[in-house]
Design a protein around this ligand. Structure first.
Ligand SMILES: *[C@@H]1O[C@H](CO)[C@@H](O)[C@H](O)[C@H]1NC(C)=O
Length: 256
């Protein structure tokens, strides 16, 4: 259980993040040089150009579960992730990809290798005959923040079609959205699972009950104890390696 102080701090951060995403969704072309005070990450204008590089290992700093989404359509960008600006379209030479932006832990503007190779060559990285790493490592592409409903087809492992999160590790992000941006897409489209890590190697493959955030609760109720880190099998995340195009399962240390 978290104290009132933490919730108050989260509320403050949430307000700032919310203002940023409201501006982004509103379609204005630039956000003032904002910084997410929580993480020190820059906020993101609604659209623009970035130098984009490929990314091969799925991760999610906000706790989205890789075993229930298509990890080939992800963006790993340093800017803070709000409750509405989580879906982007990236375009290059007439081609475009739709990506969930679920990780802001990296310093560069990475996107899944499969999506990157498609933008650059017109072929996905699963088509190994057409993998072609650019000479200087990346490409300058245009991005646009779009309605997250456009990203819904990337969620391919939940019965409800809602975005699956780790109940143990995503609760700050989720409670912030629910309390401070109750009409946001994330607040209305999340599920909590008792899977501990985004690579789905630890925990239990079970849905949890959403806590009553408004009443001050911050822990989901799951069939097993919340946050157990027992080995979890059968919920695999398949990364496409750069630049080989080989599939590789994201395993926990010591997993055979
Ligand atoms: C979901 O996407 C992943 C790629 O991350 C793929 O391996 C998996 O087969 C897809 N699942 C379904 C049910 O389409």
């Amino acid at each position: 259980m978290f104290g009132k102080n933490l919730l108050a701090r989260l509320a403050l951060v949430g307000t700032l993040a919310l203002q940023a995403s409201a501006v982004a969704i509103g379609g204005r072309s630039s956000v003032p040089d904002g910084i997410d005070v929580n993480k020190g990450h820059a906020l993101m204008p609604a659209e623009g150009d970035f130098y984009i590089t490929p990314h091969s290992s799925y991760s999610s700093s906000v706790g989205v579960l890789g075993c229930k989404v298509n990890v080939n359509n992800m963006a790993y960008w340093p800017e803070a992730i709000g409750c509405d600006d989580i879906c982007i379209e990236v375009s290059y030479e007439g081609r475009k990809v739709t990506l969930f932006r679920v990780d802001n832990s990296v310093g560069a503007h990475d996107i899944s290798f499969n999506a990157f190779n498609y933008l650059y060559t017109g072929y996905p990285a699963t088509d190994k005959a057409h993998i072609e790493p650019p000479k200087d490592g990346g490409i300058t592409a245009h991005y646009k923040t779009i309605d997250p409903n456009n990203c819904r087809q990337i969620i391919n492992g939940t019965a409800s079609g809602k975005l699956p999160f780790s109940a143990a590790t995503s609760i700050n992000y989720i409670s912030n959205c629910v309390l401070n941006a109750p009409n946001s897409w994330v607040a209305k489209n999340f599920e909590l699972w008792n899977i501990y890590d985004s690579q789905c190697n630890l925990g239990y493959n079970e849905l949890c009950e959403i806590p009553d955030f408004k009443a001050g609760f911050n822990q989901a109720k799951c069939p097993h104890q919340l946050g157990l880190q027992d080995p979890l099998n059968g919920q695999e995340v398949w990364d496409i390696q750069y630049p080989s195009g080989d599939f590789k399962e994201a395993k926990r240390p010591g997993e055979p």
